[in-house]
Design a protein around this ligand. Sequence first.
Ligand code: UDP
Length: 339
Amino acid sequence: LSVATNFDPPTDTSMNAPLALVTGGAGFLGSHLCERLLDLGHRVIAYDDLSTGHRSHVDHLAHRPGFRLVVHDITQPLPDDPALAEVGRVFNLACPASPSKYQLDPVQTTLTSVLGIWHLLQLAERTGARLLQTSTSEIYGNPQVHPQVESYPGHVDPVGPRACYDEGKRCAETLCDAFRRQGRADVRIARLFNSYGPRLRPGDGRVVSNFVVQALRGEPLTVYGDGSQTRSFCYVSDTIDGLLRLMESDCSGPVNIGNPDERTVGDLADTVIRMTGSGSPIVNRPLPADDPVRRRPDIGLARERLGWQPEVSLEQGLGETIGYFRRELGLDVPLRKLA
Ligand code: UDP
């Protein structure tokens, strides 16, 4: 699946090609972004502390000219690397994003967003690089306004179990906006809604990877609560396209990047079972504390300012994702043909 982008594609892959810094570059979204930037003719430095990212996600990029992976934790000061002076675009994708992962070390999760963006904003201020922060629908918390529009300030418990992620991301937005207001950095803020696709890890813990892996292994699909809570799932190529468009737009945001096709978790489980042809049953497990009840982006702003909207349907995206996990797991469960 390839989606057209209006991101200016330089053809020069020599030392003069534009240089992008992608933090979280060995992660799920980060690795796809690195690949797309290289395809567009950019040089890329990827930072990753490999806490939830994996070298294997960028192994296939290692020998491409202009690509470099640096193991670095962005809560620490940036490495003393003269190449950073040449960076024209900074994409901050560094932060564990699965609730089961980001709650393991809430201090580190909070600092990854807050200290991480602080270090990157200082770089942007020093060099004039443009910085894009990947924020999240989680900043809306358990929303009382539906669908979520960017002007909705959110409903977040600052000391709840998800606060390390939600409030860390909220503070990162605040810092980006403060730098923008003071004319100290050129920033873009994207609020991402439940991205999914190839290179989610089998043990990631998020719902799409859990359900697909469970269905392929013939294990019960674990629906938390009664499955009536909703999410809106955005396929990875659409998310990446939205990020690139936002970066090259004149809109600082925040801008919602997500697919407004809202589904219940129960519906997602049924769809995965149907598409994999699995005989797995569904079992209900307790709903995690603070689990948002409904989530759907209003993408009017992205449509208007970026000319962006998702192109990949849930069924298409799940088809790609199921194919990926079948290969990854070495499992041979036949795909039932879609009607
Ligand atoms: N969920 C589920 N079963 C799972 C994993 C998640 O029912 O095995 C639910 C979870 O309770 C939430 C939704 O699926 O309502 C999305 O969860 P995820 O962790 O993917 O992302 P979130 O949007 O909550 O950050």
